[in-house]
Design a protein around this ligand. Sequence first.
Ligand SMILES: [Zn+2]
Length: 275
Amino acid sequence: MSFIKEERADTYLFTVPAFSKTGLVEHGFTCRLGGVSAGDFASFNLAFHVGDRPEQVRKNRQKMVSLINGDLASLVAAEQVHGHHVSVVGLRERGRGSTAYDSALPGTDALITNVPGIILSTYYADCVPVFFLDPVHKAVALAHAGWKGTVQQIVVHTVKKMTALYGTNPAECLAAIGPSIGKCCFQVDEPVWKQFARTIENYNKFSSFRVPEKWFLDLPGINEHLLIQNGFRRENITQSGLCTSCHNDIFFSYRKDGGKTGRQAALIMLKERCH
Ligand SMILES: [Zn+2]
């Protein structure tokens, strides 16, 4: 099963059927269409740190949270640094980074929470978004895994923290790997390739060699492999199969757009319980 492309309010939201089916969460991955930003950021740019006008980003974020029936005051965003730090989000962090970059959670690339109503968010243009939902202990997480985060196994750090805090059993946990640069387009040189060779078991399965001194890496595949190695069931992992560089008409792509571009968002929120 892949992601579903849902049309909502003149844009698309990519959602995970296995997550929707639980009835526990609102979630999704945005695209570049349907926002108010102009130029390189046209049009649904959701990040403050890329050089776009902040008032446009705030308008786009307002629309973004409405796509999942949330409100901006409940959004939490991080200062993503391509590291492996996982931040625990509670009511105290509610609103951090929601309307400006300087209040975002510092030095953080993964967010976890078990508090209903809080919207976790992470931002992307090629890096791999990984969604987590523990339907048993009712906890959620997002991890931002670019090549550096993947080498540092940020998905493993995220799951370990969910287990330590919420009792998450990886065998019962759902995961989804969203639109990101695929093995068709993610070309790296030897120093990067060597870091994978040193740290990722079976890395050869996920790299191909088509141009002299250049390798193509399958980052979504490596992240899935890391999850399975750490106890996830393959059938509980959804892959989008969508490459942001190949589908540059729908998605911002850092590589395809030459570095100056907007960001998509991954969003997840536990629904408030009905009384
Ligand atoms: Zn591609």
